[in-house]
Design a protein around this ligand. Structure first.
Ligand code: UTP
Length: 507
């Protein structure tokens, strides 16, 4: 192991010797742990990281000068619209997606390395349950959607197929996520088809470019952003694993969208039929200032531009037919061919620019006291998964309905939006809608018929509680045979057992 003088000399070169300032007080075990953490760091790389973070943070925020004139919307031929296309076109996309899934060519990849600081729980976000009647967690909902889409593709093509699940974790989430999956028997997926791997970590830095100690013997580290994916793919030979399985198309998504459609056949089919190497699902922005990134073009090159980089005037521009000119909101649902991912990993990853995230980072002060800051004090440098769009040869976007596909869990109960209640309501409202459309009616506990409201005002709970297991229906399909003409008592859970009771006996 490296000695203390050697590590100190390297830190001095990097301008970070303060990381050893409590050395004299540390017990032998703590000293060893700190040296083990610091020894692998290259002085040049560490100095550059700290300098870059401070410099990037010092740059003024807001729309970069001149960006407005370089901005353009995606050309219409690059944009597919699920909700505005005719049923025959939608069916063609779906058929193509199911065909690729049935041929074992589609994998899903979950980005689950984030710390979820806004939600504020001490465990990975995927283990969170938003209070559904079934008490399912985000991980369980996702696992069940994988099982159902495998089943749908398999039935359509008379085969058994697998959608492997790759899960990128970080130092914070790997251990608890792996244990959670083991404790839940991998939600009845084959453990061989669930591949957990870990992204890299980077030191958090003060505004003046000093790496932060979170304890006297531990540096404050943060995952390198969801764009750390590309290094992590290389570090853990994930693309080789995909190649061994014959995977050609990957659906990458965030852990926190409760409505996410894993390996969505329509999205996959659309991208494949367009010959795309890279694609993004988008939803129409709810209002011009909505804080979501916009999928658009800069100098003719596809990119996601952060909402903070678009001026209010530009954000309010409208197309002749009425919708927002820059209304294609990014929802972190991406399609990549494995060939494209290989090129990114091989050639383009080093060109990805890290972004600055200013956060509250607990630290030890000069006297050695632990401080939990009340306002942001540190910089985390993160790469973004979507920053590779610029390298695509054939980029496409696919617009879907927000109420069917997007409700992220970002915040705790105190926030007005994207919190556990909004996520729960989004799912239950969707299932209530599916049941009504399938021909069911709902009764209250006294047997009185409840109103049928297909268009609920935002923020309002549906008149009846209805939860449909993903194992029964992936996106509303197959429910008529079970629910037409049924009077269901609220709260109603349609799981596999209930589906067996309701299924017509000659079916
Ligand atoms: P967010 O940007 O919402 O960050 O991540 P977060 O870490 O989950 O939450 P906050 O900002 O601390 O409150 C979007 C997606 O990217 C993943 C997250 O797990 C989530 O699925 N992510 C984020 C990573 O996989 N790695 C990272 O380093 C950061």
């Amino acid at each position: 192991m490296a000695s203390e003088p050697a590590v100190r000399a390297r830190l001095r070169l990097a301008g970070q010797e303060h990381l050893l300032r409590f050395w004299a007080e540390l017990a032998p075990g703590a000293r060893a742990a700190l040296l083990a953490e610091l020894a692998p760091w290259e002085p040049d790389a560490l100095r550059l990281h700290c300098r870059r973070a401070a410099a990037a943070c010092a740059r003024p925020s807001g729309p970069p000068p001149g960006l407005a004139s370089r901005l353009g919307p995606l050309p219409p031929e690059r944009l597919g619209r699920a909700s505005r296309s005719d049923p025959e076109t939608r069916r063609r996309w779906e058929e193509e997606g199911l065909r690729q899934i049935a041929s074992n060519k589609v994998a899903v990849l979950l980005l689950a390395g984030g710390q979820g600081t806004r939600l504020g729980v001490t465990y990975p976000k995927g283990m969170y349950q938003v209070g559904l009647p079934s008490q399912k967690t985000l991980y369980q909902l996702q696992a069940e959607r994988i099982r159902r889409v495998e089943q749908l593709a398999g039935e359509r093509h008379g085969t058994r197929c697998t959608v492997p699940w790759y899960i990128m974790t970080s130092e914070f989430t790997l251990g608890p996520t792996a244990k959670f999956f083991r404790d839940h028997d991998f939600f009845h997926l084959d453990p061989d088809n669930v591949v957990l791997f870990e992204q890299r970590m980077l030191p958090a830095v003060t505004f003046d470019g000093r790496a932060i100690l979170e304890r006297k013997d531990k540096v404050a580290m943060a995952p390198d952003g969801n764009g750390g994916l590309y290094c992590a793919l290389a570090d853990h030979q994930i693309l080789e694993d995909m190649a061994r399985r014959g995977v050609e198309f990957v659906h990458v998504y965030c852990v926190d969208n409760i409505l996410v459609r894993l390996a969505d056949p329509a999205f996959v089919g659309f991208c494949v039929l367009q010959g795309a190497d890279c694609g993004a699902k988008v939803v129409e922005k709810a209002y011009p200032e909505e804080p979501v990134g916009v999928v658009c073009q800069v100098d003719g090159v596809p990119q996601v531009v952060e909402y903070s980089e678009i001026s209010p005037e530009t954000a309010r521009l409208r197309r002749p037919e009425g919708g927002l000119l820059y209304g294609t909101g990014n929802i972190c649902n991406h399609f990549f061919t494995t060939a494209f991912l290989q090129t990114v990993v091989r050639e383009f990853e080093p060109a990805l620019k890290p972004h600055v995230a200013v956060k509250k980072v607990p630290y030890v002060d000069e006297e050695g006291n632990l401080v939990k800051p009340l306002k942001p004090n540190g910089i985390k440098m993160e790469k973004f998964v979507f920053d590779v769009f610029q390298f695509a040869k054939n980029f496409v976007a696919f617009e879907v309905l927000r109420e069917e596909e997007f409700s992220p869990l970002k915040n705790d109960h105190t926030a007005a939006r994207d919190n556990p209640s909004t996520a729960r309501r989004a799912l239950l409202t969707q299932h209530y809608r599916w049941a009504l459309r399938a021909g069911a009616t709902f009764l209250d506990a006294q047997g009185r018929r409840l109103p049928e409201l297909l268009n609920l005002p935002p923020g309002e709970d549906p008149p009846a509680v209805c939860e449909i297991s993903p194992l029964v229906s992936y996106c509303g399909e197959g429910l008529e045979a079970l629910l037409r003409g049924q009077q269901l008592q609220s709260p109603f859970i349609l799981d596999e057992a209930q589906a067996t009771v309701l299924r017509p006996h000659d079916a």
